[in-house]
Design a protein around this ligand. Structure first.
Ligand code: PGA
Length: 255
């Protein structure tokens, strides 16, 4: 069993004052025994990097260009993120897929670009409610995951963090049930087992309306290695409660 990973996704929220207040508490009270990162809007990366320096809180971004450099106005490259100390980057969040037209293939290229610069991509996958109602959960996940294998080698696949985020559970206050989460995480793990040498070593997260009172149960599931937290990561007390719940189900000794 590995240490739990808790990642906050601030989405398009925050300002200098609010970020400082939020992070002060998180940096001060972050429990031992887990890995933790916050993925913040691009303009605040330097501010947050300065605030987390010397702490165990890691820095993440929410998007990255699939291109290396050059005439791509408005894009931010993996090299730029690595240059300023970013370690994680969310790739293929359902909001980017739905609102900004990111395809499975583009998501895979972004993940590859991030890996190429030593960043850890957190690749989000998940079905809509309509797809779930039509019994297509596994088909959708397989399509999203297979795009990754088409773009990268097994060794690269093994370095990704995968986040199962059912679209219907994001920002709705309606987290998937533990049984629903475990079923899909086990499917992802089985998919990994056929493709990478040590599938159990790959970090697989759950995200979607995780709150302090559900985090312990969800992160304690056999195939859950932690969570991706949206709304609740904007409140330091709530985020810390989630981190503590993760610590409580994290192994003391990492093997
Ligand atoms: P939520 O968002 O926790 O607000 O549901 C999760 C996410 O979008 O990563």
């Amino acid at each position: 069993m590995k240490r739990k990973l808790v990642v906050g996704n601030w989405k398009m929220n925050g300002d200098l004052r609010r970020n400082a207040r939020l992070l002060e508490g998180v940096v001060r009270d972050l429990p031992d025994g887990i890995d933790c990162a916050v993925c913040v809007p691009f303009p605040y990366l330097p501010q947050v990097q300065e605030m987390v320096a010397g702490s165990r809180l890691r820095l993440g971004a929410q998007n990255v260009s699939e291109f290396a450099d050059g005439a791509y106005t408005g894009e931010i490259s993996a090299a730029m993120l690595a240059d300023i100390g970013v370690q994680f980057v969310v790739v293929g969040h359902s909001e980017r897929r739905a609102l900004f037209g990111e395809t499975d293939d583009a998501v895979a290229r972004k993940a590859l670009a991030a890996l190429g610069r030593g960043l850890t991509p957190i690749v989000c996958v998940g079905e809509t409610l309509a797809e779930r109602d039509e019994g297509k959960v596994e088909a959708v996940l397989e399509r999203q995951l297979n795009a990754l294998t088409a773009a990268m080698e097994a060794g690269q696949l093994a370095r990704l963090v995968l986040a199962y985020e059912p679209v219907w559970a994001i920002g709705t206050g309606r987290a998937a049930s533990p049984a629903q989460v475990q079923e899909v995480l086990a499917f992802i793990r089985a998919w990994l087992r056929e493709r990478v040498v040590d599938a159990d070593a790959v970090t697989v997260l759950y995200g979607g309306s995780v709150k302090a009172d559900t985090a312990g149960t969800l992160f304690g599931l056999p195939d859950a290695d932690g969570g991706l937290i949206g709304g609740a990561s904007l409140d330091s007390a709530q985020f810390l409660e989630i981190c503590k719940a993760a610590a409580a189900v994290s192994p003391d000794k990492v093997d």
